[in-house]
Design a binder for this molecule. Structure first.
Ligand SMILES: Nc1ncnc2c1ncn2[C@@H]1O[C@H](COP(=O)(O)OP(=O)(O)OP(=O)(O)O)[C@@H](O)[C@H]1O
Ligand SMILES: [Mg+2]
Ligand SMILES: [Zn+2]
Length: 226
């Protein structure tokens, strides 16, 4: 049966930022979407995060929302990934997850939510079993789209630094899109800055791979208790 959207060709011409681009029609991947969503490992708490229920209260939150929406609309013709940094509860994971979910759902791309601290725990737990840590790491490294959440919240060890450096370097050399969220600062060389915790090589690659976006505001988690 012919698809009413693409007439059966499998392609749709869309106007993206003033340029006509051919994108795959949803009929081409609708069966994969539910499989991709299930394997994306988006945590239950963030399942309902959307652009439409993100209410920006500061200029940087509004800019971050726009950048994430833009990233989604332009994907896969994006030049860089995204790095959202800022204090806790400002909506970084909300926006990053909404972006990931939209790209899986509307662009038919496989994507993975990876909490960096949990990844380290998962890798560590394989040291006591026969499970392969390489397999866990490779799933993350090779994901067509990766959301690396809460980088820097883990204990500061050389081992954690090495794992991050391995992931970032792999994605850098293979030009794979990555969205990162972190509490570590990218604007000032303070004690809480990214450069104080990770090596220069990793930071340098992230600068080239990601658009760095600051997200400021009050902690929404505390607000909801008032
Ligand atoms: N602007 C917003 N509009 C609606 N909900 C929001 C907004 N900002 C945050 N939230 C909600 O507040 C909670 C905390 O947000 P989120 O987890 O995205 O913060 P975060 O910046 O990732 O914090 P952390 O740095 O601690 O990881 C979530 O439930 C999220 O959906
Ligand atoms: Mg977060
Ligand atoms: Zn179609």
């Amino acid at each position: 049966m012919n698809c009413p959207l693409c007439g059966g060709s499998g392609w749709i011409i869309e106007n993206l930022n003033g340029q006509r681009k051919a994108v795959r029609c949803r009929c081409q991947f609708k069966n994969s979407i539910s499989i991709f969503l299930k394997s994306s490992k988006i945590p239950v708490r963030y399942k309902n995060c959307k652009f439409s229920n993100f209410k920006p209260k500061t200029a940087t939150q509004l800019r971050a929302l726009k950048e994430c929406e833009d990233f989604f609309y332009t994907f896969p013709f994006i030049e860089k990934g995204l790095l959202l940094y800022g204090t806790p509860g400002t909506g970084k994971t909300h926006l990053a997850t909404a972006t990931l979910k939209n790209i899986i759902t509307y662009k038919g791309v496989r994507g993975i939510f990876c909490d960096f601290r949990n990844l380290l725990i998962d890798i560590k737990s394989t040291f006591e079993t026969s499970e392969s840590s390489t397999e866990i790491l490779e799933t993350v490294m090779r994901a067509p789209l990766l959301l690396l959440d809460d980088v820097g919240a883990e204990r500061n060890t050389d081992w954690a630094k090495d794992i991050l450096s391995t992931i970032i370097n792999y994605r850098y050399v293979n030009s794979l899109p990555t969205i990162i969220t972190t509490n570590l600062r990218f604007d000032l060389p303070t004690e809480e800055s990214f450069s104080s915790k990770f090596d220069e090589r990793t930071e340098s690659r992230i600068y080239e791979m990601c658009k760095i976006i600051k997200v400021e505001g009050d902690d929404r988690r505390k607000e909801s208790c008032i």
